[in-house]
Design a protein around this ligand. Structure first.
Ligand code: 5GP
Ligand code: ZN
Length: 114
């Protein structure tokens, strides 16, 4: 499958690994928007949040456990944001489900552009 993040998991494209276990891989975003900007992804390919179902959702709770652990490790005690963009209107640019863990500065009060 021609998927950028599957290639990153396979080690075919280099990345800065932050965490890995049998279900998930986490690495620094190549274009960070804040001092901490980590992408947490399931190892098994899921295209987007629209494809989450009872068949594959166990990894989602695990991703949020990993996010909480990484937020503690990165000392994001003042807060952080977890974002997943799904589809064209949300600007999803890589079609392998990923959760952005962003923090380390004030992130603003607006959730979206007006
Ligand atoms: P999206 O726009 O789909 O929500 O997020 C995709 C994210 O992947 C972007 O923040 C972008 O900077 C990041 N990204 C794209 N290509 C690469 C890459 O080759 N390596 C890494 N580490 N991040 C990437
Ligand atoms: Zn993939």
């Amino acid at each position: 499958m021609d998927c950028l993040f599957c290639k990153i998991i396979a080690g075919e494209i280099p990345s800065t690994k932050v965490y890995e276990d049998d279900m998930v891989y986490a690495f620094n975003d190549i274009n960070p928007v804040a001092p901490v900007h980590i992408l947490i992804i399931p190892k098994k390919h899921i295209s987007s949040a629209a494809e989450i179902s009872s068949e594959n959702s166990a990894v989602i709770s695990h991703i949020f456990e990993v996010a909480a652990k990484l937020a503690k490790e990165k000392e994001l005690d003042n807060g952080f944001r977890i974002v997943t963009n799904c589809g064209e209107d949300a600007g999803q640019s890589v079609h392998h489900l990923h959760f952005h863990l962003i923090g380390g500065r004030f992130l603003g009060l607006k959730m979206v552009e007006e």
